[in-house]
Design a protein around this ligand. Structure first.
Ligand code: PEP
Ligand code: MN
Length: 380
């Protein structure tokens, strides 16, 4: 082994019917170019496999007729790819995230539609937008109580008061709540109130926040950083999962390019790229992805056509007076039209949009108050 370790550029190594000790596997450490290892007829101890973790580039470990314990298999998962838990190698079937009391899912045949204002500004605004997006068929209500703003002088969000307003929205309409945590402190509160914890683009590589989200008991919607590669994006999800939270939803929200006709360039090609490598659901944010209201509906159509598991869309009842992101926020009528178009496109790609108001209490409230179609009524 010691001799082998001197072959510095060795990329592939096969050891057949050899006696290899833990100490021997540790000797592989200097082989920093080693990407593939084949072991056949070898008895491998847990300690030996743990030693393989020091080979940083090792991606493929192939074992035939080897004796290996359960713990050893776990250890192998950790050594066999830079992103392991997010990978389809570990879990071939799609992850489906469900929510008790509704038929909303991420990653199931039903598309997930999240809609609401950029920021929770006050109770009246939130209720007004919530009612409109609920009527159009959104199953999730979005809105920031903590806003990561470019300027420290811009509106920073209502904090816990904003979360309380969101909880009221959930009670009244039955929509599940998606809201952003910007640091460990806000995550404690967001975890308490929200149904889905959003980690924003600016925090995609805030590793301590990702780890904290990994210890949370709620699903995490992880937005792609504005200059993140596919691998960096998946590694960020890996951070969350490595702490034990396997309910991660990825979100493409546009990346920085030279284009000046949009705020960001919505990279829809990442959807099939993610789906090839990972079992995690991926949704698309055409609002931040374009930054322009008139581009949100066309890009939503494209996102569904490309195979996204859902959409997150900014809607405001009075966008000209919105405290943030008014120019990319849809008017409620535009969101209603967007939903109609999404309902038409979904079956073409084998998907559907769950019925309006899948929360029984919400549909009772609304049908009594304002004649909204009930959860079980067929769609127009
Ligand atoms: C948002 O969803 O309001 C937001 C701030 O998004 P992003 O992190 O993608 O900029
Ligand atoms: Mn916004």
């Amino acid at each position: 082994m010691r001799e082998l370790a001197r072959v510095k550029n060795l990329e592939t190594l096969g050891l057949f019917y050899t006696k290899i000790t833990d100490a021997g596997l540790k000797e592989l450490k200097p082989l920093q170019h080693l990407t593939s290892l084949y072991l056949c007829g070898t008895k491998i101890t847990d300690g030996g496999l743990a030693a393989l973790r020091s080979c940083e580039r090792l991606e493929h470990v192939n074992l035939w007729l080897c004796k290996i314990s359960d713990r050893g298999v776990q250890e192998l998962i950790r050594v066999s790819k830079p992103y392991k838990l997010v990978s389809r190698d570990v879990k071939a079937e799609n992850t489906v995230i469900t929510f008790a009391g509704t038929d909303a899912t991420f990653g199931g045949p039903g598309l997930a539609v999240i809609a609401g204002p950029c920021a929770i500004e006050n109770r009246e605004q939130s209720m007004a937008v919530a009612e409109q997006v609920f009527r159009a068929g959104a199953q999730f209500f979005r809105g920031g109580a903590y806003k990561p703003r470019t300027s420290p002088y811009s509106f920073q969000g209502l904090g816990e008061q904003g979360l309380q307003i969101m909880a009221e929205v959930r009670d009244k309409f039955g929509m599940k709540i998606v809201t952003e945590a910007i640091d460990n402190e806000s995550l404690d509160l967001v975890e308490k109130y929200a149904d889905v914890i959003q980690i924003g683009a600016r925090n995609m590589q805030n590793f301590s926040l990702l780890k904290r989200a990994g210890r949370a008991r709620k699903p995490v919607l992880l937005k792609r950083g504005m200059a993140a590669t596919l691998e960096e994006f998946l590694m960020a999800a890996e951070y969350v999962m490595s702490e034990g939270n396997y309910k991660v939803i990825l979100c493409e929200r546009g990346v920085r390019t030279f284009a000046d006709h949009t705020r960001n360039t919505l990279d829809l090609s990442i959807v099939p790229a993610v789906q090839r490598l990972s079992h995690l659901p991926i949704v698309v944010d055409p609002s931040h992805g374009t930054g322009k209201r008139n581009k949100v509906t066309p890009l939503s159509r494209a996102a569904i056509a490309v195979g996204a598991d859902g959409l997150i869309v900014e809607v405001h009842h009075d966008p000209d007076r919105a405290m943030s992101d008014g120019i990319q926020s849809l008017y409620p009528e535009q969101f209603d039209e967007l939903m109609k178009q999404v309902r038409q496109i979904a079956p073409v790609v084998g998907r559907m949009v769950p019925a309006i108001g899948s929360h029984p209490r919400a549909s009772e409230t609304l049908s009594a108050q304002s004649g909204v179609r009930s959860a079980i009524s067929p769609l127009a």
